[in-house]
Design a protein around this ligand. Structure first.
Ligand code: HEC
Ligand code: HEC
Ligand code: HEC
Ligand code: HEC
Ligand code: HEC
Length: 288
């Protein structure tokens, strides 16, 4: 740089940009703090702006969590939906080249994505399901992440979450990630072996058996039937094809037309209605 005046002018410009940039960043941080306190005012009676108060915000506990909307949770937890997985791991492995077995099913589409986004925002999630934060989250206890360990904490009788977890897997995940009950269905062998016999279609039988299904707030019953007709893997996906457990979920046994009045032994302890908190208001399925 030959001309010292030009050099100085550039230096001044750079310094100016740094100061303005810093100020803008500071303002954004101030706004974020204000955002948290606004969410608190809207969602609960607590006041204050510190992280500890937000951690113990009553919205995390019953009864407030039962009525909470996704918008209220997302006011503080935007990252749950915004974060994306790394394209490449720190060791250099590409996400696109390391698909797990359940990501090789015919229903899996798109790039690898986070757990929350796969249940809430990906095309399949939106087409078939209607999950909210509170479908899975019914409470947590930041103190020691266990129910019933202090007089003021969540009591042991509350089954909204279990030890060291912020959900109750048995009453949430197992519904869509349990084993397929091939014995009850009278299938000659596990589905991957017997499916050819039925044209890879669940509805060959289920057009007439257990027809009263999926009438719950967190599922889109009509869309599931349409997709399941076209591709049996859609049904199997939630009923054994993505099983994280060695057990089956004990589904409620809704009466259906043409059902035999004799209740088989295995079904004697089964409820005949969906869990109360998910039952649809009379007269129709959920829309969202
Ligand atoms: C006022 C802001 C605020 C609101 C509203 C809020 N949270 Fe939180 N939440 C926090 C903070 C702060 C923490 C503690 C984070 C930490 O310790 O890293 C937390 C912790 C959690 C945790 C435990 C995280 C962990 O690692 O153990 C879960 C799960 C959670 N929130 C879910 C929810 C859900 C679901 C809702 C809506 C019903 C909600 N939050 C509403 C601020 C909020
Ligand atoms: C399909 C069930 C499900 C849904 C729906 C769901 N979560 Fe979670 N969430 C989980 C599980 C499982 C974890 C991990 C729990 C653990 O580690 O104990 C988790 C963890 C979290 C955490 C801890 C931080 C993290 O990212 O791991 C926060 C905060 C959270 N969820 C907020 C939310 C919010 C806000 C929503 C709604 C937009 C939501 N969740 C919807 C199941 C769910
Ligand atoms: C209402 C049904 C339903 C519930 C409840 C549910 N899931 Fe899922 N889950 C799905 C579906 C459908 C997919 C496949 C999404 C896809 O392939 O796009 C999936 C995919 C997943 C994946 C794989 C994500 C990936 O990257 O491929 C994991 C892990 C998972 N679920 C864990 C859980 C856990 C843990 C819970 C309980 C907190 C839970 N799910 C509750 C329906 C459900
Ligand atoms: C050979 C006929 C047949 C085929 C094929 C079949 N099912 Fe079934 N399914 C049944 C019968 C029979 C029952 C038990 C009916 C009753 O409640 O008495 C049943 C029950 C179920 C139940 C409830 C299980 C419980 O424990 O309450 C689910 C879920 C289910 N089937 C899903 C599927 C899915 C998904 C497929 C395809 C991957 C499929 N079925 C294929 C005959 C079949
Ligand atoms: C997104 C996940 C998902 C998909 C896809 C899905 N199911 Fe289900 N299914 C569930 C859940 C969750 C329940 C339990 C709902 C409840 O509690 O009432 C259920 C319940 C059932 C039941 C028990 C019915 C009863 O008596 O209440 C049958 C049978 C069944 N599904 C068959 C099928 C068939 C056939 C398909 C494909 C057309 C299918 N499912 C696709 C999640 C799914």
């Amino acid at each position: 740089m030959k001309n010292p005046k030009v050099g100085l002018a550039i230096l001044a410009l750079v310094l100016g940009a740094v100061v303005i940039g810093g100020l803008a960043g500071w303002q954004i941080r101030q706004q974020n703090v204000a955002g948290v306190s606004q969410a608190q005012d809207a969602g609960s009676a607590s006041e204050g702006k510190d992280i500890l108060r937000a951690t113990y915000d009553p919205i995390h506990f019953r009864p407030a969590i039962e009525k909470a909307t996704d918008e209220q949770c997302l006011a503080c937890h935007r990252e749950v939906l915004d974060d994306k997985v790394r394209e490449t791991s720190p060791a250099g492995i590409k996400a696109a080249n390391s698909k797990a077995w359940y990501q090789r099913m015919s229903t899996y589409t798109g790039e690898q994505d986070t757990f929350h986004r796969r249940h809430l925002t990906t095309p399949m999630a939106k087409e078939l399901m209607n999950l909210s934060c509170t479908t899975c989250h019914q409470g947590s206890d930041p103190r020691d992440e266990a129910p019933g360990t202090s007089a003021t904490g969540t009591p042991q009788s509350d089954n909204g979450f279990t030890l060291r977890k912020t959900v109750n897997p048995e009453t949430t995940c197992l519904k869509c990630h349990g084993q397929m009950n091939a014995t009850v269905m009278g299938l000659p062998s596990p589905w991957p072996e017997s499916k050819e016999m039925f044209g890879n279609s669940c509805v060959t039988c289920h057009a007439a058996i257990r027809t009263n299904r999926h009438q719950v707030t967190y599922l889109k019953a009509d869309a599931i039937e349409a997709a399941g007709q076209a591709n049996g893997d859609v049904c199997y996906g939630c009923h054994g094809g993505r099983a994280w457990y060695r057990i089956e979920y004990p589904y409620p046994r809704h009466p259906w037309e043409g059902m035999s009045p004799d209740v088989p032994d295995w079904a004697k302890n089964r409820p005949v209605e969906s869990e109360a908190r998910f039952v649809l208001p009379a007269g129709g399925q959920s829309k969202k």
